[in-house]
Design a protein. Structure first.
Length: 187
């Protein structure tokens, strides 16, 4: 069996990260995921490795069924000088090899490679590097590649943002509310 290919991104900006707790909105088993926006110029080798894996699957499909149309699904999008990678990891599932249930979570470390305190939340705009395994697939819906999270390195943590939802509200002195006491009238 071939050793799986393991790659590491350059530093990038996290978008919609679910890395501490799994996202269960569309999958009750949970899914850890994030998008990572990296500079194209620093991501050339990673993009090439992913594209090569998908090309191998397309060739296999074409060799076995040359007339079958092929739909390709990429785990990244390109926007200007940025490439946005889409990373995933199932929180739990069933192993195909032995039918046993498994649970997993990403290994998360600080910039100095010490364990990350998971009491903290990783918000969007945090600066991360991600080590991952690209996994090529060929399914009836098409051919593509999933970027399976292995380790997340947190270089700059964003845990929350001040919101501008207060508008012009400001601290006012506390005053006891006025209560109108009207006499009851009986008719």
């Amino acid at each position: 069996m071939n050793k799986p290919l393991i790659l590491t991104t350059p530093k990038g900006i996290a978008k919609w990260p679910y890395l501490i707790e799994p996202d269960i909105e569309f999958n009750p088993d949970g899914l850890f995921h994030t998008k990572l926006s990296c500079k194209k110029s620093e991501s050339v080798n990673i993009k090439k490795a992913i594209d090569d894996m998908i090309a191998q699957e397309i060739k296999k499909q074409h060799d076995s069924s040359p007339d079958k149309p092929i739909k390709k699904s990429l785990p990244y999008t390109e926007e200007g000088e940025e490439i946005i990678f889409n990373f995933k990891m199932k929180a739990k599932g069933t192993r195909k090899s032995d039918g046993k249930l498994f649970t997993q979570e990403p290994n998360i470390v600080n910039a100095d490679l010490t364990p990350f305190n998971k009491d903290q939340k990783i918000w969007g705009d945090s600066i991360l590097k991600i080590t991952f395994e690209p996994y090529a697939w060929n399914m009836p819906v098409g051919i593509g590649c999933t970027l399976r999270i292995k380790t997340v390195q947190v270089l700059e943590l964003v845990t929350g943002k001040l919101s501008d939802t207060l508008g012009d509200l400001k601290v006012e002195p506390v005053v006891a509310p006025k209560v109108n006491q009207e006499e009851e009238t009986h008719i």
